[in-house]
Design a protein around this ligand. Structure first.
Ligand SMILES: [Zn+2]
Length: 336
């Protein structure tokens, strides 16, 4: 079997002609395999959905009970037959129970790590390398300038700021699925045990993480209606970055805007977003991790789905690994 009979780019996303299914399709399809719950990968309206139990639960939290026709939960490592094609899900280390999917038929294995991250993170199972002939990877931070620092050291900057500006409300922007729970857990691991206030839109996902055994400590709603803005003096308030652009944020006491994202490496992005305290905390591989993953897997070919494809393709060529960009559209990861 040729690799493109197993997976090929199509308008709706990565398509498996042999098994007639898509991986993370960007528009409704009859059968979808979903790697994780970020909104650019997990969309509502598919016929049948196959994903980990947690990804299915997260989709239900975000889109409601009837987000798809039928659903099937895949356990990590379980081999599932779809019209003669074997698929299996493996930890990707990106958000809670996010998966890389291996697709096998006719002695050929293609692996789609999609969004993944290496390095320690107590809110998810670590990434596991899964050997495959072809590696399909995004290149979200696919430029050599992207080196993500140690997350605890980044969080230490927030704790230092809290000591320096005890009057100010520290508003920490973090995407609602994965990043928000991760930064709260990081705060706890850095010894911060005061209540953390959360924007209402984070409540259900934080509750879900807690129900899956991720201890987030004392979480309270960041509701101003009842109280006085000075109630939040010196407090940490976590919310989606979109909330910090509106009036909600300005009602806090001398708000100091922090933002946890891999993009905070780019000074210009922090400036444009009015971020006073950028924290480089990412749920994606940085350049050294991306290239280490490819070296470790030593595939016959690398397919780069989206992001900064050209630089990674060029690096692969120089490393003697054939590579090509797939130019998939519609993936602007919400969880960078
Ligand atoms: Zn993602």
């Amino acid at each position: 079997m040729k690799p493109d009979q197993l997976l090929r780019p199509a308008p709706a996303g990565l398509y498996c002609p042999a098994g007639d299914f898509y991986i993370d399709p960007v528009r409704p399809v009859a059968r979808a395999l979903i790697t994780h719950g970020h909104s650019d990968h997990a969309r509502a309206g598919h016929g049948a959905v196959l994903a980990t139990r947690e990804t299915l639960d997260i989709m239900e939290i975000r889109y409601g009970e009837d987000f798809c026709g039928t659903r099937q939960a895949a356990a990590f490592g379980e081999r599932i037959d779809l019209a003669g094609v074997t698929v299996s899900f493996h930890p990707a280390g990106h958000v809670l129970r996010s998966a890389q999917i291996a697709v096998e038929a006719g002695g050929l294995t293609l692996g789609a790590p999609r969004d993944h991250k290496r390095g320690a993170d107590p809110t998810r199972l670590p990434y596991q390398p899964v050997p495959r002939d072809h590696v399909i990877t995004p290149a979200t931070f696919g430029l050599p300038v992207f080196h993500h620092p140690e997350p605890k050291a980044e969080m230490g900057k927030l704790l230092t700021s809290l000591r320096q500006f005890p009057e100010r409300s520290h508003l920490l922007g973090a995407y609602s699925l994965g990043k928000a729970q991760r930064v709260i857990r990081l705060l706890r691991d850095c010894g911060y045990d005061a209540p953390v206030y959360i924007h209402g839109s984070l409540a259900r996902l934080c509750d879900y993480y807690v129900s899956r055994g991720i201890d987030l400590g004392d979480l309270r709603p960041a509701t101003l209606e009842k109280g006085d803005p000075t109630d939040f003096r010196g407090a940490v308030i976590v919310g989606p970055p979109s909330a910090f652009a509106d009036r909600w944020a300005r009602r806090f006491n001398e708000p100091l805007i922090a933002f946890a994202s891999g993009w905070m490496m780019v000074r210009q992005r922090a400036k444009q977003g009015g971020v006073e305290l950028p924290l480089v905390i990412s749920d994606h591989c940085d350049w050294p991790e991306l290239t280490e993953t490819i070296r470790e897997l030593a595939p016959r070919e690398v397919w780069v789905t989206h992001g900064r494809e050209e630089a990674l393709v060029r690096w692969c060529e120089l490393a003697g690994v054939p590579a090509r960009p797939l130019h998939l559209v519609g993936y602007e990861d919400e969880g960078d």
